[in-house]
Design a protein around this ligand. Structure first.
Ligand SMILES: [Fe+2]
Length: 695
């Protein structure tokens, strides 16, 4: 594989910079080119924009850029010559609690803090930041498209496509099982950021799962391997004890631990559960919702009857005509993040804990297949019904994955085709710290302006197409592709009707992926060491270090993958930095928009809308999806528009208000969880939360 296509690469500051100011119907400036006359509809994008503490991005304290309130951006193409943008923060009940506790000293004991990728208050629980993805849907009786906003560690919420206001959670607190029995109003609920909607059956399929400490700690190297175990372990436990206000019981525990060796993990976990009363079990439910009624769920078990266990996350799921496809994805979030980062402000301790606990994600993808016709008579948790079970077929696909797509057509239930983007040898849950050192020269630190940035890959990415026999779990055929420079840092995809509410494409024939490239500033000694022994390595570590020598890297690319031939059919390569001191380009949040009146079965008759970062300038670029290599046909921006590291997108042809035929009233939803709370916490909800939610 050639590796000559290096160039200077420096991360553009715009990707770490975001405003929390909400914009209403702002006309964008046309920087270059012209707005196509046959573009139409409404593009939605969501991304994190910091917290009430930070006020905006970048974070000054080094918190990861992915930890932040969701901001929804809607780009409207409904006037002839102007694109207009409206933005709104995702204001969940916990958003109002976070804002009130930050602003009012009376509520200071209940304040939230960033713990790695999670934001947590011991008294109030986990923030549901709703900053990750969107899902259009319509129930069997709806006459319009509706829209969900999602997050991996919280319930999805319906938003109003017209006002962008948060309308209601999907499912009451009673209908979701939290990851732990933490006795807080804001429960740590794990789900997928990418639920699926089937426009033929009008079903939304999602998941609700929990990991026991043993499950998530299995991905961490044995503590016994660390020479400095006793002091670091003690410091970590003390920090958790302080966080959970359990200093006295932990003093006893620490004294006991000093005498332990090999079984310290299992012992500690049992003690932790006993002392904190936090029960964390392994469970996975497949959840179905018809857009109108109660949630219905099935607990997943393997053919031998044992429960399915998720070790990392279920960031994305997929559906075919006859199957639901779940993948244990290479990324962890939830209460594990809080335990791994018990004292965010204590950098020396954080550094030691990271060194001790960091483990690379599994290099393989564990896949579970559930036959949809087996999903009958599920448990209705709202009616406290007995648990129902469904069996899942398990298989393993080599290489890790975060994002994938499946063909809806599954050959009458006999063959499932999965399209995967393997972001090899990288950890989406790791970010650049102040104390990191460059892999090329450990005496040097990356630029401090980049602290909080996602750490990129340490090997070239691979695209894979897999045909699976769902009856046996056998991989019938597979084809993979890695190509320099296109597949360095493969990230997100889009394609025509990727999130359909009416027309369900049977197969995915053309996928548009972007790849972030390779940035020497983000290749730290820590992350290279973490993946030094990566099982499927294509580019050796010495070769990797050779590529990034002298501030060289790989360019950012946007390309079309023909999934039939598994060849890259069209590429746009973004400009590189001019020299070692000049910031370059990055891209995010691609969305396919069909050309008006184009045939629904033409997968390239449309435009790609992308967020592009050029130095400190955020822009929106529009590409003709059939001519990527010709470059953007239009570039847009506005001095008030600063969106930072946005994530996923959706597109709707028309805008109509949310029909409001489904609502979970906040007061009814939270009152059972507040029943035994202090008067101060009840007052917080009465005065600062409920008045904003139930209007
Ligand atoms: Fe995602």
């Amino acid at each position: 594989m050639p590796t000559e296509s290096t160039c200077y690469q420096s991360v553009p500051q715009a990707i770490l910079t975001a405003s929390r100011v909400e914009l209403t119907d702002i006309a964008l400036n046309v920087l270059e080119g012209s707005l196509p006359s046959d573009i139409y509809g409404h593009c939605f994008t969501v991304g994190p924009v910091g917290s009430v503490d930070s006020g905006e991005l970048p974070y000054l304290d080094g918190s990861p850029v992915f930890n932040g309130d969701g901001m929804v951006y809607r780009l409207d193409f409904d006037s002839s010559d102007t694109a207009r943008i409206t933005t709104r923060l995702a204001k969940t009940p916990c958003f109002y609690a976070d804002r009130a506790t930050h602003a009012n000293n009376q509520y200071a004991p209940y304040r939230f803090q960033n713990h790695g990728l999670s934001r947590f208050s011991l008294a109030l629980g986990m923030r549901n930041q709703l900053n990750t993805a969107l899902l259009p849907f319509r129930s069997a009786t709806d006459d319009r498209d509706r829209l969900l906003l999602t997050y991996d560690a919280g319930r999805p919420y319906e938003i109003d496509p017209l006002t962008l206001d948060v309308v209601t959670p999907v499912g009451s607190n009673q209908e979701w099982r939290p990851e732990s029995s933490l006795l807080t109003p804001f429960l740590p609920v794990l789900t997928t950021a990418h639920p699926c909607f089937d426009p033929i059956t009008h079903e939304i399929l999602t998941v609700n799962y929990g990991r026991s400490p043993a499950s998530f700690l299995e991905t961490i190297p044995p503590l016994e391997a660390a020479a400095e175990l006793p002091s670091v372990l003690a410091a970590w436990l003390e920090a958790i004890a302080r966080l959970f206000r359990l200093e006295l019981p932990f003093k006893f525990l620490l004294a006991t631990l000093a005498t332990l060796s090999a079984d310290s993990w299992a012992f500690w976990l049992r003690q932790f559960e006993a002392l904190t009363l936090i029960k964390m079990d392994d469970f996975v439910y497949l959840v179905r919702w018809d857009g109108e009624g109660d949630l219905e769920r099935w607990r997943l078990v393997l053919p031998d009857g044992s429960p399915v266990k998720i070790h990392q996350s279920l960031h994305q799921i997929g559906i075919t005509e006859h199957y639901v496809v779940l993948v244990d994805t290479a990324f962890s979030i939830g209460l594990a993040e809080v335990l791994n980062n018990p004292v965010p402000a204590n950098q020396p301790l954080e550094r030691e804990i990271r060194h001790l606990l960091a483990g690379a994600p599994s290099p393989d993808s564990v896949v579970y297949l559930v036959r949809r016709e087996h999903l009958h008579h599920g448990q209705i948790p709202a009616k406290a019904e007995l648990e129902a079970k469904v069996t899942a077929q398990k298989l393993v696909i080599p290489r890790e994955v975060l994002h994938f797509a499946v063909d809806y057509d599954d050959a009458a239930g006999d063959r499932i085709r999965i399209h995967m983007g393997h972001v090899c040898a990288s950890d989406a849950a790791e970010w650049l710290r102040d104390y990191d050192q460059l892999a090329t020269d450990p005496s040097l630190s990356p630029p401090s302006r980049l602290k909080g940035m996602l750490l990129y890959e340490t090997d070239i990415s691979v695209l894979g197409r897999y045909d699976i026999d769902p009856h046996t779990g056998q991989i019938l055929a597979s084809q993979t592709l890695c190509q320099d420079p296109e597949t360095w840092g493969v990230a997100l995809y889009t394609f025509r009707d990727a999130l359909p509410t009416v027309h369900q494409p049977q197969t995915v024939t053309q996928m548009y992926w972007y790849a972030g490239g390779l940035f020497p500033e983000l290749l730290t000694e820590f992350v290279v060491n973490l993946f030094e022994d990566y099982r499927y390595r294509v580019v050796s570590v010495p070769e990797l270090l050779h590529i990034v020598a002298d501030n060289q890297g790989k360019p950012t690319c946007l390309f079309r993958l023909d999934t039939q031939s598994m060849a890259i059919a069209d590429t746009y390569q973004f400009p590189c930095s001019l020299d070692a001191s000049t910031q370059g380009y990055l891209i995010n949040s691609p969305q396919f928009v069909p050309k008006v009146n184009s045939p629904a079965d033409d997968p390239t008759a449309g435009y790609l809308i992308c967020h592009v970062f050029e130095g400190d300038r955020p822009q929106i670029w529009i590409f003709d999806a059939s001519h990527l290599s010709q470059g953007p046909v239009c570039k847009l921006d506005h001095p008030s528009l600063s969106f930072g590291f946005t994530l996923h997108t959706a597109w709707l042809p028309t805008l109509q208000p949310c029909p409001a035929n489904y609502t979970i009233p906040a007061r009814e939803d939270y009152e059972p969880l507040l029943a035994h709370k202090s008067q101060a916490i009840q007052a917080l909800f009465d005065q600062e939360v409920f008045p904003h939610c139930d209007v």
